[in-house]
Design a protein around this ligand. Sequence first.
Ligand code: FES
Length: 167
Amino acid sequence: MKNVANLSLCDAVELDNSYSNKLIFWINGEKVEIENADPTILLSDYLHDHGLTGTKVACGQGGCGACTVMISQKDQTGKAVHRPINSCLRPICSLDGMMVTTTEGIGNVRDGLDPTQYSLAINNGSQCGFCTPGFVMNAHAYLQEHPKATEQKLKTYRRQLLPLHRL
Ligand code: FES
């Protein structure tokens, strides 16, 4: 398992304003370079076409979150910013210079689970499990962005993420 959190974000690309027909981004630490990328390809389809099937697609309309992955990029001050996004709505052409992290990129049962994956599993947090990777990636992105979140903030976040599951 790659420790994506330790990768230096976007170090290989110094973004400039010059034109290029080459799309460059990273998926779970692996660099992706595509010449003349098709602007109609969505990230969820790209992931599935490249064997990353842990990210699920249910509604395909941005409503359910099953397809959530984390994207990371530097802001204008150079600080890394992590956000959960719906990969079913996101064209790959909008990912230039960004890092994409999927559920495969944070852990697995063979090499070790991420704390969010472990917590959901040990607390029976899944129902059918189809959308579980999306929940995991949303929580993972939240914790990357708020590593010192208080118990109260985590409870508020949980209520927002799981409005129908008041545990
Ligand atoms: S599949 Fe439902 S939000 Fe993407």
